[in-house]
Design a protein around this ligand. Structure first.
Ligand SMILES: N=C(N)NCCCC(=O)O
Ligand SMILES: [Zn+2]
Ligand SMILES: [Zn+2]
Length: 315
């Protein structure tokens, strides 16, 4: 059966009707699916500005202009696989551990029959249960992590589960392959020089944001490809990897970031990797202007949906 695609924007105006991601069908509207876009509206792990709980709704709204054909990768991602919007996972806003368990259970349920999920956060703490769910299916994964921040810190106020700590927990829990993961876009002040030593110990290499000036987008993508090779990849995009000019609507903005063109170009440069799961997190729409951040995040999700579709082209 042909996949059910988007509502036709030449028949029903883009601004009309329900706000599913890219105006795709809801999970319950089709018999089955290959890929689910799902919201994890939880922001109980933030250290600064709150509001990422409204990220999923804002990214859906920011996705209304997306069209079916992606010329940059020469694919029609919604024609070669059934992509659905699976709604939001209900997350307890008063219980971090409970919310993370709900995200893990929600993702396991969605992906148990071989589908993949792209999760829209929510703050970055939701990447930990997403990695747990990916690990349950694939074993240890290579993490490709776009962010201004390392997010491998230990605790905040003594708390282990926060948006600054998911990848330390993931390494401790054995969810990551040894020496296969990479951070891209890192910049800004650290707490201590040892932060980077700890980070390396957890198996990460860093493509610092300023290095992209010298390596170029293609060179930076090459470094990531060489690092992960054919490992199962979990791809996590903290929208604050973009400069605040390109993503003002986020909780912990850092000056001197990537342009959205660089980020989209780097994602396209990762076509062919074995991506088993992904997220886009930290969109906090209360700080956004003119949907700049949510449109960028929606474009990131679109590229993520296009990457595996590249291998599944219609004849
Ligand atoms: N935005 C994320 N995920 N992490 C930022 C942590 C910044 C801090 O140490 O407060
Ligand atoms: Zn960040
Ligand atoms: Zn982060």
């Amino acid at each position: 059966m042909e996949p059910v695609g988007q509502v036709d924007a030449l028949e029903v105006p883009r601004f009309a009707g329900p706000s599913t991601f890219a105006r795709l069908p809801r999970r319950e509207d089709v018999p089955g699916f290959d890929v689910a876009v799902v919201g994890a509206p939880f922001d109980g792990g933030v250290s600064y500005r709150p509001g990422a709980r409204f990220g999923p709704a804002a990214v859906r709204q920011g996705s209304r202009l997306i069209k079916p054909y992606n010329p940059a990768l020469d694919v029609s991602p919604f024609a070669v696989r059934q992509v659905v919007d699976a709604g939001d996972i209900a997350c307890n806003p008063f219980d971090i551990g409970g919310a993370l368990a709900q995200v893990e259970a929600g993702l396991r349920e969605l992906t148990g029959d071989g589908a993949t999920a792209i999760t829209i956060g929510g703050d970055h703490s939701i990447a930990l249960p997403a990695l747990r769910a990916a690990h349950a299916l694939h074993g240890p994964v290579a993490l490709v992590h776009f962010d201004a921040h390392l997010d491998t810190w230990d605790t905040y106020f003594g708390e282990p589960y926060t948006h600054g700590t998911p990848f330390r927990r993931a390494a401790e829990e054995g969810l990551l392959m040894r020496d296969a993961s990479a951070h891209i876009g890192i910049r800004g002040p650290l707490y201590d020089p040892r932060d980077q030593v700890d980070d390396a110990r957890f198996g990460f290499t860093i493509v610092h944001c300023a290095e992209i000036d010298d390596l170029g987008v293609r060179g930076a993508a090459e470094r990531v490809r060489a690092r992960v090779q054919d490992a199962p990849v979990y791809l996590s995009v903290d929208i604050d990897v973009l400069d605040p000019a390109f993503a003002p609507g986020t909780g912990t903005p850092e000056s001197g970031g990537m342009t959205s063109r660089e980020l989209l170009g780097m994602l396209r440069g990762l076509a062919g990797l074995n991506i088993v799961g992904a997220d886009v997190v930290e969109v906090a729409p209360a700080y956004d202007h003119a949907e700049i951040t949510s449109i960028a995040a929606a474009a990131v999700v679109y590229e993520l949906l296009s990457l595996p579709a590249k291998d599944r082209r219609l004849p």
